[in-house]
Design a protein around this ligand. Structure first.
Ligand code: SF4
Length: 83
Protein backbone atom coordinates (compact mmCIF):
# COMPACT_ATOMS: atom_id res chain seq x y z
CA UNK A 1 0.00 0.00 0.00
CA UNK A 2 1.24 3.48 -0.79
CA UNK A 3 1.83 5.77 2.15
CA UNK A 4 -1.36 7.65 2.80
CA UNK A 5 -0.66 10.67 4.96
CA UNK A 6 -3.53 11.71 7.19
CA UNK A 7 -5.73 8.86 6.06
CA UNK A 8 -7.70 6.75 8.46
CA UNK A 9 -7.57 3.04 7.88
CA UNK A 10 -11.06 2.90 6.41
CA UNK A 11 -9.92 5.40 3.78
CA UNK A 12 -6.68 3.58 3.03
CA UNK A 13 -8.58 0.46 1.87
CA UNK A 14 -6.91 -1.99 4.24
CA UNK A 15 -10.13 -3.98 4.37
CA UNK A 16 -8.93 -7.09 6.19
CA UNK A 17 -7.19 -5.05 8.88
CA UNK A 18 -10.17 -2.75 9.24
CA UNK A 19 -12.55 -5.72 9.53
CA UNK A 20 -10.38 -7.24 12.24
CA UNK A 21 -10.26 -3.95 14.15
CA UNK A 22 -14.02 -3.49 13.90
CA UNK A 23 -14.57 -6.99 15.25
CA UNK A 24 -12.29 -6.25 18.20
CA UNK A 25 -14.04 -2.93 18.86
CA UNK A 26 -17.42 -4.67 18.79
CA UNK A 27 -16.22 -6.94 21.60
CA UNK A 28 -15.50 -4.02 23.93
CA UNK A 29 -17.94 -3.57 26.76
CA UNK A 30 -20.06 -0.44 27.09
CA UNK A 31 -17.82 0.59 29.97
CA UNK A 32 -14.61 0.25 27.93
CA UNK A 33 -15.83 1.76 24.73
CA UNK A 34 -15.76 5.46 23.85
CA UNK A 35 -19.19 6.87 22.94
CA UNK A 36 -19.67 7.35 19.19
CA UNK A 37 -19.54 11.14 19.35
CA UNK A 38 -16.27 11.08 21.29
CA UNK A 39 -14.83 8.46 18.96
CA UNK A 40 -15.60 10.53 15.87
CA UNK A 41 -14.20 13.67 17.50
CA UNK A 42 -10.96 11.88 18.28
CA UNK A 43 -10.63 10.57 14.74
CA UNK A 44 -11.23 14.01 13.29
CA UNK A 45 -8.32 15.29 15.41
CA UNK A 46 -6.12 12.47 14.13
CA UNK A 47 -7.02 13.33 10.56
CA UNK A 48 -5.62 16.83 11.07
CA UNK A 49 -2.42 15.52 12.68
CA UNK A 50 0.93 15.12 10.92
CA UNK A 51 1.63 11.98 12.95
CA UNK A 52 -1.09 10.02 11.16
CA UNK A 53 0.13 7.89 8.28
CA UNK A 54 -2.05 5.23 6.64
CA UNK A 55 -4.24 4.90 9.70
CA UNK A 56 -1.27 4.49 12.07
CA UNK A 57 -0.17 7.00 14.68
CA UNK A 58 3.58 7.50 14.38
CA UNK A 59 3.77 8.40 18.08
CA UNK A 60 2.61 5.03 19.35
CA UNK A 61 2.33 2.68 16.38
CA UNK A 62 -1.37 2.07 17.01
CA UNK A 63 -4.14 2.07 14.48
CA UNK A 64 -5.94 5.20 15.63
CA UNK A 65 -9.35 3.70 14.86
CA UNK A 66 -8.59 1.09 17.50
CA UNK A 67 -6.82 3.27 20.05
CA UNK A 68 -9.57 5.90 19.96
CA UNK A 69 -12.25 3.28 20.63
CA UNK A 70 -11.14 2.85 24.24
CA UNK A 71 -12.73 5.45 26.50
CA UNK A 72 -9.71 5.51 28.83
CA UNK A 73 -7.13 6.12 26.09
CA UNK A 74 -5.70 9.43 25.11
CA UNK A 75 -3.52 10.84 22.37
CA UNK A 76 0.08 9.67 23.02
CA UNK A 77 1.69 12.91 21.89
CA UNK A 78 2.61 14.46 25.23
CA UNK A 79 3.84 17.68 23.59
CA UNK A 80 0.62 18.27 21.67
CA UNK A 81 -2.06 16.02 23.09
CA UNK A 82 -5.10 16.43 20.87
CA UNK A 83 -7.51 14.21 22.74
S1 SF4 B 1 -0.48 11.96 17.82
FE1 SF4 B 1 -2.58 11.94 18.65
S2 SF4 B 1 -3.82 13.12 17.21
FE2 SF4 B 1 -1.90 12.54 16.20
S3 SF4 B 1 -2.35 10.66 15.11
FE3 SF4 B 1 -1.50 10.10 17.09
S4 SF4 B 1 -3.31 9.82 18.40
FE4 SF4 B 1 -3.97 10.96 16.61
Amino acid sequence: MAECKRCLLHEAAEEDTLKSIKERIDKLSEKERAPDELYEKRLSECKRCDNLISGVCMKCGCYVEFRAAFKKNNCPNVKDRRW
